[in-house]
Design a protein around this ligand. Structure first.
Ligand SMILES: Nc1ncnc2c1ncn2[C@@H]1O[C@H](COP(=O)(O)OP(=O)(O)O)[C@@H](O)[C@H]1O
Ligand SMILES: [Mg+2]
Length: 396
């Protein structure tokens, strides 16, 4: 056993000194795993034998599947809701589509975490902290899951907005509990919606309390050993206090997917449901501006619809229609009637939505559809020819 295991040994020592048996035993378990991976079977067995002789009460507290004891989850005093959620993401179930430059930075980060002790003994380690920022739905939470899965560590997720309490001082207490809890076990601590805590100014909440929370956050981060993996994510990086921003050695901007990434996302999400006449390239071109989350949602809805209508493929126009409507929503367009929908789709992708295609899609005659597109039909008015009232021009 050498320098490369110093961080585990220190954690075990910390656990013993704080009379925190689960902390000591969790890190001893991690140490045994590492030794085993390195082929140090005899040493690993010595550690495991001692763990097996741990007091009964401790053994009972240990999770049978993993040997990790996480004890009672911290909760907010006021709402009684848990402030931490524990999960074990797996790499197999994970798909993440990112630009090469971002993937490389994530790989670098993970490599730095894996070799932290080696880097530390050479005096060149940086804290294992990463800040991910970007628009909602661009894959920040998914990236945190990927990091935990790749490192083979449990993911402790805290939505920072659930830590914020109306009770004076309770927010800082919640924060302290979460950080204490995370230090009991080797894990990735993920602070999601980070701006809820780390927001500098421009918040309507009491400024004094807010500054106290930012200070408490800085203290908690500074008290964490460099080796603890901390991931934070925010949609509002401009709100972060600069001092908090500086605590993170790695910053990752999550971009909107480019055309090739969108194509990969559609292909992955639709899988075998792609109809032969669907050209994913053109779908990807039209999906300009869509987030990964939007693409995933469109594909899921289209697949669900296909299955419920007894088909095993997603029809081309149906896919385009769902994509167009989801994009309209994302851009804040309010399409409350069929007529508004039709005109939006036509403007968005005229070559796909011919008069004939639209009338088939909406169950009208070509003539009626042509009137809708020209704006002859008032929004919400029945458009089936049979039910049409004598032609009446709208006011405008
Ligand atoms: N770049 C991406 N690659 C793969 N899936 C993505 C990507 N971006 C978003 N998604 C999918 O969209 C959904 C929402 O993503 P999420 O990570 O929660 O976004 P964020 O945390 O940035 O709001 C997830 O189910 C995720 O799989
Ligand atoms: Mg998220």
């Amino acid at each position: 056993m050498g320098m490369e295991h110093l961080s585990e040994v220190l954690k075990i020592l910390d656990g013993a000194l704080k009379a925190n048996a689960s902390m000591a035993s969790n890190y001893a378990g991690l140490l045994a795993d590492k030794l085993e991976q390195e082929g140090q079977r005899a040493q690993a067995r010595m550690v495991r034998e001692r763990l097996a002789r741990a007091p009964m009460a401790l053994a009972m507290a240990q999770d049978a599947s993993r040997g990790v004891s996480l004890g009672k989850l911290p909760a907010d005093n006021d709402s009684r809701l848990n402030t931490v959620d524990v999960s074990l993401p797996s790499v197999e179930a994970m798909h993440l589509v990112l630009p090469d430059a971002i993937s490389e930075r994530l790989d670098d980060f993970v490599r730095g975490v894996r070799h932290h002790d080696q880097l530390a003994s050479a005096g060149v380690a940086i804290p294992n902290r990463i800040l991910i920022y970007g628009l909602p739905g661009t894959g920040k939470t998914q990236t945190a899951r990927w990091i935990a899965a790749t490192l083979g560590l449990p993911l402790l997720t805290t939505r920072c907005d659930t830590l914020v309490s109306s009770l004076l001082g309770q927010t800082s207490r919640n924060l302290r509990q979460v950080f204490d809890y995370a230090q009991q076990t080797p894990c990735v601590l993920f602070l999601d919606e980070f701006d809820a805590l780390a927001g500098a100014r421009g918040n309507e909440r009491d400024v004094g309390e807010l500054q106290r929370v930012v200070i408490a956050l800085l203290q908690n981060i500074d008290a964490l050993p460099d080796s603890t993996v901390l991931v934070a994510a925010t949609n509002h990086e401009q709100l972060l206090d600069p001092a908090i921003w500086r605590r993170f050695a790695t910053h990752i901007p999550m971009p909107l997917p480019d055309e090739a990434m969108r194509e990969a996302l559609f292909s992955r999400c639709l899988g075998g449901f792609i109809a032969p006449d669907v050209d994913l390239r053109s779908v990807a071109v039209l999906a300009d501006g869509a987030t990964g989350a939007l693409i995933e949602q469109v594909c899921m809805d289209a697949k669900r619809n296909a299955i419920l209508s007894g088909s095993n493929t997603v029809q081309r126009l149906e896919l385009y229609r769902r994509l167009g409507l989801a994009l309209a929503l994302q851009m804040g367009e309010r399409l409350s009637t069929k007529e508004q929908e039709v005109r939006w789709l036509r403007r968005w992708a005229e070559s796909e939505f011919s008069l004939r295609a639209l009338s088939a899609l909406y169950g009208t005659t070509v003539h009626a559809m042509s009137r809708i597109i020209k704006g002859d039909v008032q929004d919400g008015q029945k458009t089936k020819t049979k039910q049409r009232k004598p032609a009446q021009r709208p006011e405008t």
